[in-house]
Design a protein around this ligand. Structure first.
Ligand SMILES: [Zn+2]
Length: 441
């Protein structure tokens, strides 16, 4: 293929690995990724093939045998909770009350909201996450600040103001009208910003803290805003489910509560979705719902085991999420490892796990025509990765077969392996250029 080098092109040479549909890997050992001035990929392939057919390129960054991977997609995490990572010792409902709600209440203060948003988006980029699907808090202003910070830092994100109008502490309980109007205004302001780099998700926290009216009106609002998302938690812990069934006794199950309120449809994200019966799986499939599997969080809060193979064979689209802070860290490499470890009887291969954290997530979000893998025509969201930055991994790991490298990444990788992060062709994090980040709130 001949490349038109009259355009301002940037090229990145290294070991390019990109998961494909059906478990295949695109693997160019000495590969070249070429990106145009709009951040769109114009070529991916072997350097030797490219060199034969094209004039020399001016602007090439050389990464040697380090990996160039698609950016990681975190399907579910909470912005205000970066301040309470690692606070453990309780199941879901008690943990929320003791650690999470007090820290979320602090976001009423816009200065605090700004500090925590800066911290959050710095961490996201540092961990190689190029798309986060993010719960903010109930505060409209704090959510607006989160969007501002994401816009300014070049992050890609789907963000939503949390909606809570029942069974919540007074500082986190809002009036129905305020919840709906605030969400609608934020969606109108931010959904589609910068050609879709930022998008909006209507975000009722869960059925525990939502009235029936909030859920149905939220559903109507979501359906009236084309392309927007609906993001919530489903069937995470048994205690939560018992509470929900007490509140909505006419519904057959937790999934049915959302179904009855119009929240099951394409463009939703149901985080966790652990405790599901056959009918729940059928309705999630028939409504084209998407799931976010959060294994680290499920370990941490002892919530249960996601029925991975059952969901996979049902054809329901799903990706993985860190669920910070119920997941104690943002690194999706750690989450991939946990997705393997938490299954008692299934082996999920490193290649498949990497697929779930990239293209699988993009498919679940209906964005695989734009991101999720390194292919010509897609936007250039990618990361440069060197597993040998992490002590405990053999120094010559990069010269091993690709599957061995991915195995080391998945089972031993964390934030330290990420050298730089690019969103739509723009570098938003570089380990070399970034001083040690310190944050206090
Ligand atoms: Zn969550």
């Amino acid at each position: 293929m001949q490349i038109d080098d009259t355009k301002k092109l940037r090229a990145y040479r290294g070991h390019i690995v990109s998961p494909q549909r059906g478990g295949e890997l695109k693997d160019f050992r000495d590969g070249i990724l070429i990106v145009d001035e709009n951040g769109v990929i114009v070529f991916v392939g072997e350097w030797s093939e490219f060199e034969k057919q094209n004039k020399p390129l001016k602007d090439i960054q050389h990464f040697g045998d380090r990996l160039i991977l698609p950016g990681l997609i975190d399907m579910h995490l909470h912005l205000p909770q970066v301040a309470v990572t690692g606070k453990s010792g309780e199941h879901l409902l008690k943990w929320l009350e003791r650690f999470v709600f007090p820290s979320e209440a602090r976001c009423a203060d816009p200065d605090y909201a700004l500090r925590i948003s800066n911290w959050f988006f710095d961490e996201l980029a540092r961990n190689g996450t190029t798309l986060g699907v993010v719960f903010a808090t109930i505060h409209k202003q704090a959510t607006d600040i989160a969007f501002e910070v994401a816009a300014q830092k070049g992050a890609r994100a789907i963000i939503g103001k949390v909606m809570m109008n029942a069974n919540s502490p007074p500082a986190l309980t809002e009036k129905l009208e305020d919840s709906l109007n605030g969400s609608a205004e934020l969606c109108d302001k931010w959904h589609g910003y910068d050609d879709g780099r930022l998008m909006y998700a209507f975000t009722p926290r869960f059925a525990v803290s939502s009235t029936s009216e909030l859920m149905s009106k939220c559903g109507e609002l979501w359906h009236s805003k084309p392309g927007s998302y609906l993001h919530t938690h489903l069937a995470e812990s048994q205690e939560e489910i018992d509470f929900v069934m007490e509140r909505f006794p006419k519904c057959r199950s937790y999934a049915d509560v959302y179904h009855q309120h119009g929240l099951l449809a394409r463009n939703n994200i149901m985080a966790h979705s652990i405790h599901l019966d056959e009918d729940d799986v059928k309705v999630l499939k028939s409504t084209d719902s998407s799931l976010a599997h959060c294994p680290s969080s499920n370990f941490f809060l002892k919530s249960g085991i996601f029925p991975y193979r059952k969901i996979e064979s049902s054809g329901i689209r799903f990706g993985i999420g860190s669920d910070v802070a119920a997941g104690p860290q943002m690194s999706l490499f750690c989450v991939m490892k946990d997705a393997n470890y938490i299954q008692p009887d299934n082996w999920i291969s490193p290649v498949e796990l990497l697929y779930r954290a990239t293209l699988g997530g993009a498919q679940a979000l209906g964005l695989d025509h734009r991101i999720g893998s390194l292919e010509a025509g897609k936007e250039a969201d990618f990361i440069i990765v060197d597993p040998s930055n992490r002590t405990g991994i053999i120094d010559d790991i990069l010269s091993q077969p690709t599957e061995e490298i991915l195995s080391a990444l998945v089972f031993l990788g964390d934030d330290r392996v990420v050298e730089s992060t690019f969103v739509r062709g723009k570098e938003i994090y570089s380990r070399q250029k970034t001083p040690q980040l310190s944050h206090s709130v």
